[in-house]
Design a protein around this ligand. Sequence first.
Ligand code: 13P
Ligand code: SF4
Length: 319
Amino acid sequence: MNLHASRTPPAGGDLFDAIDDLRRELNAVILAHYYQEPDIQDIADHVGDSLALAQAAAGTDAEVIVFAGVHFMAETAKILNPDKQVLLPDLEAGCSLADGCPADEFAAFLAKYPGHKVVSYINCSAATKAMSDVICTSGNALKVVSSFPADQPIVFAPDRFLGSWVARKLKRDLVLWPGSCEVHEVFSERRLVELKALHPEAVVAAHPECPEAILQHADHIGSTAAILAFARDCEAREIIVVTESGILHQMQKENPDKVLIPAPGNDESCNCNECPYMKKNTLEKLYLCMRDRTPEITVDPPVAERALVPIRRMLEIGR
Ligand code: 13P
Ligand code: SF4
């Protein structure tokens, strides 16, 4: 019997206690991405980048996986754990990269490139993963693409900016699907340059989902986990952070004496560096999804079986 089913969500600190109780009752593990709101990061069992969270999902012996992230992340956890229940606090937590690469259009695109291997960024649907040879994240994209011989033609999808950064770094041609992250593509180069002029001692750390015009100003380019490691290790006292603003919570916790400066988007009137999908999850929705054991992620079993193969290959390659 679910003892919490009739309760309304408690307020404040009680919500933390209630989530903790449910975690024990359900034998659940809570996985949270660095872009989640601070309270969610603080209550999670694991906070990480996409790769660390996929690794945690692959290794958990919990019976229920509560994924505080976006849909493709929870879907990946379900593909890795077909017999476990996977919950996502808000089913509307999508991703512009995943939405921008519908499986039928991707199949038609791939038909134009016979003989190519397909490397897909984890930010895509299960159906798109099922058409891929190997999955990558921003944390291992260079390593995954390098696992193919230099003369192997490759289609890279769905993020053209991550793909073109990998192509530049590895000095090899990649056929790119024309997708982008709606958060990382709107950082303003003009405003970043102005910010650097205002803070001449600051270093710039950027995510490879940003366009080249932004990345050319970066001292460090990497996944959210790599950006956090850079922030810990660098000597600089000021860091301009060019990725989703949720990362600032962990970064400030790990570097209380450093000044973190979020890079601005190109529209002064919006919080463009907040991912609207990641921020759909709230602490209250996290509690409710555990109390009601819904929304639950399901994946069509034949699609899940096909998608599991390239996900496993990625995990074997590692970081
Ligand atoms: P990483 O977690 O690989 O840094 O990717 C960031 C992202 O945008 C996830 O959606
Ligand atoms: Fe998708 Fe961009 Fe949001 Fe990450 S930050 S979930 S890539 S829209």
